[in-house]
Ligand binder design. Structure first.
Ligand code: NAI
Ligand code: MG
Length: 494
């Protein structure tokens, strides 16, 4: 820890309080949570953990900032300017954010820079541009009772947004949630995951520095079962946006139902990646490896089931094995690391549990399947074959660097098996045949489709899932539907 940049030491020393109503405050009941470096399993610092009273204070602040504050009445152009200013500030502090993200999640710093921080800045800038484009429509009445009318719609901010995010891309998730809500004129209570509060707290400092009015953004790290549950159930909340497990997503939906609050959910996945025999294997093999091993497999859109056409099955599997075995495992902050640890001891246990159960069920481990000789919560990149459709490792989201490889020969049978899942987040294929490519796009029941690439995440592309992968879409034009209400106005003019 001594070789950390002094700016990061300063952040770790400072990190602690909650951001409520524009002030940094300790948790009312004094709760704290420890923050670990997954690369060493050592504690980095502790931060305040919000309890129900802090959740209430944050919601009250957000409510006041929405109902009475200047925020909603700022011109859209002003909101754009503030979001753009925040983007500039994050960019100015890019290296600090990369280090924080790498320390907190364990992810390779190279990926934190090129993916997380760059992506967060891009989302802030893209979303800033929506603030002044949330227009309504002029509508000719279809069957007016009498007289003449001028009718139109306007879009208004939905109100106070409770936003609960996971630990896999903490900064990106915070920005995906906060930026569109702010662009629309909403106010926000953000609860980062208990595993990874650091970058959101630093973002809170920059939100203050950018000049957002007090109460517009409140940031309250805390545990899911206490702070998260209290936030989701709070009657002062108009809209809940959640990213995380399908299990908790279901609980959030129940909480939202009780209050009839709006809700959007971005949940788990078990995404099929189809490699046809005609594919350019020089791209398909490393691409399929990246589809699962990026972020140590801790991505909702990981390509965690690869279906390989029989004639090239052995060649593709051994190619992905070679890619996996060449990955340099190491601590996040090591510039040479290509695969970091799993975020927590609990998550590591979950991942290794799935693999051990698969072996007990008769599956074969082609590579990996164990922890390396490293401190911290590492798990070797793992490829599993000889699986049956009913096995947990084929059905459940493992959320670790674990790929199941399955051969196929008949296309219709492939489609049936690829779609035989309760999830529907992403799917993709590698082929040189246009017809096959478009058929896969047509036939997969998933919210994101990739052809000859994987996991291209862009602010302009909506993200979300079919089936139990969630409700609603984030990013792109979907921003409008997520954070606005439509008001229809009717004016008699004769
Ligand atoms: P989780 O769903 O428990 O945690 C995500 C967020 O929800 C965190 O901020 C947590 O504090 C909060 N939360 C937990 N319980 C809550 C509750 N009762 N009410 C309100 N908020 C609550 O996910 P966890 O336990 O970290 O990971 C479990 C599995 O979830 C993973 O193995 C993976 O399969 C999946 N997952 C999916 C993610 C995605 O991007 N779709 C992200 C993280 C996890
Ligand atoms: Mg949980």
């Amino acid at each position: 820890m001594t070789d950390l940049p002094s700016t990061v030491h300063a952040i770790l020393d400072r990190a602690g309080p909650l951001l409520v109503d524009g002030e940094w405050v300790d948790a009312i009941d004094g709760g704290t949570l420890p923050v670990f470096d997954p690369s060493t399993a050592e504690e980095l610092t502790t931060v305040a953990a919000a309890g129900p009273k802090d959740v209430d204070a944050a919601v009250v602040a957000a409510r006041r900032a929405f109902d009475e504050g200047p925020w909603r009445r700022l011109s859209p152009g002003e909101r754009t300017r503030l979001l753009w200013r925040l983007a500039d500030l994050v960019e100015e502090h890019a290296e600090e954010f990369a280090v924080l993200e790498s320390l907190d999640v364990g992810k390779p710093i190279v990926a934190a820079r090129a993916g997380d921080v760059r992506g967060a800045v891009a989302v802030l800038r893209y979303t800033a541009g929506w603030a002044d484009k949330l227009e309504g429509e002029t509508l000719p009445l279809a069957a007016p009772p009498d007289g003449e009318y001028h009718a139109f719609t306007v879009r208004e901010p939905v109100g106070v947004c409770a936003q609960i995010i996971p630990w896999n891309y903490p900064l990106v998730m915070a920005v995906w949630k906060i930026a569109p809500a702010l662009a629309a004129g909403c106010t926000v209570v953000l609860k980062p995951a208990e595993e990874t509060p650091l970058s959101a707290l630093r973002l809170g400092e920059l939100i203050k520095e950018a000049g957002f009015p007090p109460g517009v953004v409140n940031i309250i790290p805390g545990f899911g079962e206490t702070a998260g549950a209290a936030l989701a159930a709070h009657t002062g909340v108009d809209k809940i946006a959640f990213t995380g497990s399908t299990e908790v997503g279901r609980q959030i939906a129940h909480a939202a139902a009780d209050n009839l609050s709006r809700v959007s959910l971005e949940l788990g996945g078990k995404s099929p990646n189809v490699v046809f025999a005609d594919a350019d294997l020089e791209r398909a093999i490393p691409g399929s490896a990246r589809a699962i091993f990026t972020n140590a497999g801790q991505s909702c859109g990981s390509g965690s089931r690869v279906y390989i056409e029989e004639p090239v099955f052995d060649e593709v599997v051994s190619g992905i094995v070679a890619e996996a075995e060449a990955l340099r495992l190491g601590p996040g902050l090591d510039e040479r690391s290509q695969l970091g640890p799993i975020v927590s001891a609990r998550q590591l246990e979950r991942v290794s549990g799935y693999v051990d159960d698969a072996v007990a069920d008769g599956a074969t481990i082609v590579t990996g399947g164990a922890r390396p000789e490293l401190p911290g919560w590492f798990y070797r990149p793992t490829i599993v074959t000889d699986v049956r459709a009913e096995m947990q490792i084929v059905r459940e989201e493992v959320f670790g660097p674990v790929l199941v490889a399955v051969p196929f020969s008949d296309y219709d049978d492939l489609v049936r098996r690829a779609n035989d899942t309760r999830f529907g987040l992403a799917a993709g294929t590698w082929t040189r045949d246009l017809r096959k490519a478009f058929r896969v796009v047509r036939d997969m029941r998933a919210g994101r489709l990739y052809v000859n690439c994987w996991s291209v995440i862009d602010p302009a592309l909506p993200v979300g899932g079919f089936k139990e992968s969630g409700w609603g879409r984030e990013m792109g034009r979907a921003v409008r539907e997520l954070y606005t209400e439509v008001k229809a106005a009717c004016v008699r003019i004769d």
